[in-house]
Write a new protein. Structure first.
Lengths: 508, 319
């Protein structure tokens, strides 16, 4: 391969980055050579996004060095990274849909077309047209971006990134962050062909969850896990199974998910759904959830499991079928109705939907059940303090005090506060929506431990998770969803755990 | 002791700045005009603050939620007209009518804001216009003086008890009521939660819409009470009686340290803010500043207060 001999366009050397309570990156070194496409893979929380944010100047590393064409440099902010030749094509597309394609391509860089404060639109659109030719996409730069397909927009993003070569001194490095997630197969092929054709102009870092695509497009692949690079290999030598194995990094460790603590569930049915349907999101979903049971729902993005989770938490009522809580038919139109039915929701967006960051630990813990603390209309402050202290002790929440703002707690302890809130409200069903997202390994284990403890006492749990491994490890029963329907269901009690490969076949 | 010094960061400064400002202002005006510090002047100051404080207290509930109520001055004026027109016939029932109308108007603003999802400043700007017009129509665009019989009913406002004007007691009652509501009840806690993080409050099962509507009812009800007090003190009702009070009221809330973005604040802060506004107003009169120039000062003070109290590094976009 010629790429091996090529000079490095960009190197990151021994990068460390800490956030409160989490070591996001440790000792990460990555090199991108001229004209090379480098794949970067890892599970959610492995540190990919942090690394990308450092490269695009959003975060500063705590230690370590960034070298561009061999020279140490500092990327002060996004504009500075752009100037130094680092461009980004975002997962959530960054184009402003109310502007035209040409306006988007030169947004913030209109100066070159401006005389006496007036933009010469003719020359801007002519230049935009030349940019679009580079990526061989046939759209009128005067068209409004909202009238473009997602695939076309992705190409426009790429064209926009390529404008950097007009002012960046060196070779370009373009970060492609999950660029294929909204594209159809054919569109992906076109995107890949363009990327390959552009290698004379730029190097690429390709971040994706889709391992086949990473193998197909990349020359070399870095695998990240728990904030560190665990493998670097040539795409030619790798396979999907091998990458997956490296990413997950442990063959199912029963100990990790506290499997010995997994107890059989009870007879009593807490939640039952019969042919539950919501528009195009999901259809004919039937299951029963018993006291003490963890029901894991597996599926890729678009499988409908996210919408099903939201329905159970009261955010998106179903429109056909039947949902019963403890034998009584319900329609959960708001979270308040779900809470009244004894259902608590632990959301993926912990800092937005889980906690009020600017309220104290105590106020957050009692938030879902203040009625019990209220007599003659007044909150019993002493009782509130006592309850809050009690939960802090029982869940071992590490906080300076119960009056500390939740803002100042680490992710794992924030998650414990959310859990304490629902335990305090005495809910009987918990909807866990990616409960360990963004937590480091130790904090994850704390969460697993607590999940085992509450189910042992009879709590019923519906779980969606970032990783299949976690779903299998925690659940008693696993449902697999694809295109809005259940395609497979299996027992997953301790001792009968299904293999990931068995489930993947029903997911895709 | 060491701890408190260590923690005397920007957060602490923001917290104590309003009270420090009040003390310094009182001392400054007192130095310039020693009569200002006489007991009788201070009592006068407290009486004058009552209307502003009641008005500001109501709107504090809405601001805590992250909203705003621009209809309060129109509501206060309308309440004064209702008193002037009906007190002769209904007696004390007229006060209930006025405050009840206020609460109802607030519910209306709240419903428009919550159910139709219209930003509170538009919703209350509109209801404010409606209320102002109603006041104009029912008063036939004139100022109505209270006759002697009607004035009899104003004694609970204009009279004195134990040597102090009754308005001061009314203000203190409003303080006690509002503070209890804000600091000790579920409504108060939910307001803080909604103001600081509405999605989390909603996901925790709080009926967010209901809390908001209640807050608007309070705001408008307090505004009507302020109008009632004003009518009693001036012995008249008029559609423009409270016309200059919107800016000072909102300035009082914000100067006191309640964040205009919601979530952080208290009735005590509004009390401090109201006193600051009053001291500035009376101080200016003492120092001979033209009364019509006062809103220039309040405008500047409002902007300065927002600039100081909000940590703008945490707010990337302001609309």
């Amino acid at each position: 391969m010629t790429a091996i001999a090529a000079a490095p366009a960009l190197s990151m050397v021994k990068i460390d980055k800490r956030f409160p309570g989490v070591q996001a990156l440790k000792d990460v070194s990555i090199e991108v050579r001229r004209g090379e496409v480098v794949g970067l893979i890892g599970e959610n929380g492995a540190g990919k996004s942090t690394l990308m944010k450092i490269l695009s100047g959003v975060y500063q590393p705590d230690s370590g060095a960034i070298l561009i064409a061999g020279d140490p440099t500092r990327l002060a902010n996004a504009a500075d990274a752009n100037r130094k030749g680092i461009g980004m094509v975002f997962q959530e597309q960054s184009l402003l849909t109310n502007l035209t394609v040409g306006e988007n391509i030169y947004l913030g860089n209109e100066a070159q077309f401006t005389r006496f404060g007036v933009v010469n639109w003719k020359s801007l659109y002519a230049a935009a047209e030349r940019q679009l030719e580079k990526v061989k996409v046939d759209v009128d730069p005067r068209k409004r971006t909202e009238d473009l397909s997602f695939a076309e927009r992705q190409m426009v993003e790429l064209a926009k990134a390529l404008t950097l070569e007009e002012h960046a001194a060196g070779h370009l490095v373009i970060l492609l962050d999950e660029p294929t997630s909204v594209l159809e197969r054919v569109e992906i092929e076109i995107l890949f062909a363009r990327v390959r054709a552009l290698r004379a102009r730029a190097s690429f870092i390709f971040v994706s969850h889709r391992l086949e695509e990473v193998l197909q497009l990349s020359d070399r692949i870095y695998v990240m896990k728990d904030g560190a690079v665990v493998a670097e290999l040539l795409a030619a030598d790798a396979s999907v199974t091998m990458l997956h194995h490296l990413m997950v990094g442990r063959t199912l460790q029963a100990e990790y998910y506290r499997e010995p603590l997994q107890k059989p569930f009870r007879e009593e049915i807490y939640l039952e759904s019969d042919a539950l349907t919501l528009g195009n999101a999901y259809r004919d979903i039937s299951f029963t959830l018993h006291s003490g049971e963890i029901l894991g729902i597996a599926g890729v993005i678009g499988s409908g499991r996210e919408e099903l989770t939201r329905t159970l938490a009261g955010f998106a009522p179903h429109d056909r079928g039947k949902l019963s809580v403890a034998g009584r038919e319900v329609s959960l139109r708001t979270p308040a109705e779900a809470v009244d039915c004894g259902i608590g929701y632990i959301p993926r967006e912990r800092r937005v939907e889980g906690l009020v960051l600017f309220l104290s630990v105590a106020a957050n813990i009692t938030l879902a059940d203040l009625a019990r603390l209220t007599s003659y209309g007044l909150i019993d402050a002493g009782e509130e303090r006592r309850l809050a202290k009690d939960w802090v002790d029982r869940l071992n929440i590490r906080t300076p005090g119960i009056n500390t703002l939740c803002l100042n707690l680490s992710g794992g302890n924030q998650q414990k506060v959310v859990l304490a809130k629902w335990l305090n409200a005495k809910v009987r069903i918990l909807i866990l929506d990616h409960p360990t997202r963004g937590l480091d390994v130790g904090a994850k284990e704390d969460v697993y431990e607590l999940v085992r403890a509450v189910t042992a006492e009879g709590m019923a749990i519906v779980l969606t998770s970032d990783t299949l491994e976690e779903t299998i490890g925690l659940s008693h029963t696993v449902l697999v969803m694809r295109d809005g329907e259940i395609t497979y269901r299996t027992d997953a009690q301790a001792g009968h755990k299904p293999r990931q490969i068995d489930l993947i076949g029903h997911m895709v | 002791m060491k701890r408190s010094i260590e923690h005397f960061g920007p957060e602490q400064i923001r917290r104590w700045l309003p009270l420090a400002t009040l003390v310094i202002l009182v001392i400054l005006v007192g130095l310039a005009q020693p009569t200002f510090l006489q007991f009788s002047t201070l009592v006068e100051l407290a009486s004058d603050t009552a209307v502003l404080f009641v008005l500001a207290t109501g709107v504090t509930f809405v601001i805590m939620l992250g909203g705003i109520d621009l209809s309060i001055q129109s509501m206060a004026s309308l309440a004064s007209v209702i008193i002037a027109l009906s007190v002769a016939r209904f007696g004390y029932g007229s006060f209930v009518l006025a405050v009840g109308t206020g609460a109802l108007a607030g519910v209306l603003s709240g419903v428009v804001h919550v159910r139709l999802k219209i930003p509170s400043f538009i919703a209350t700007l509109a209801t404010g216009g409606v209320l102002f017009s109603i006041a104009l129509v029912i008063s036939r665009e004139r100022s109505i003086m209270l006759d002697d019989a009607s004035r009899e009913y104003q004694n609970w406002i204009t009279g004195k008890t134990l040597g102090l004007p009754n308005v001061i007691y009314i203000g203190l009652l409003a303080l006690a009521f509002a503070h209890t509501l804000q600091a000790r009840t579920r409504f108060g806690r939910y307001s803080a939660a909604i103001g600081a993080g509405e999605p989390a409050a909603y996901a925790s099962g709080i009926k967010v819409g209901r809390q908001k509507i209640f807050a608007f009812a309070l705001s408008s009800g307090f505004a009507a009470l302020a109008g009632v007090i004003l009518a009693g003190r001036l012995a008249s009702g008029s559609p423009t009686l409270a016309a200059e009070l919107l800016l000072p009221s909102i300035a009082a809330v914000v100067v006191g340290g309640t964040a205009i973005t919601g979530g952080v604040g208290s009735i005590w802060r509004t009390l401090v803010g109201s006193l600051i506004i009053s001291v500035v107003r009376i101080g200016m009169t003492f120092l001979g500043v033209n009364i019509f120039a006062q809103n220039i000062v309040f405008g500047v003070v409002l902007i300065a207060a927002v600039a100081i109290t909000i940590d703008r590094t945490k707010i990337p976009i302001v609309k």
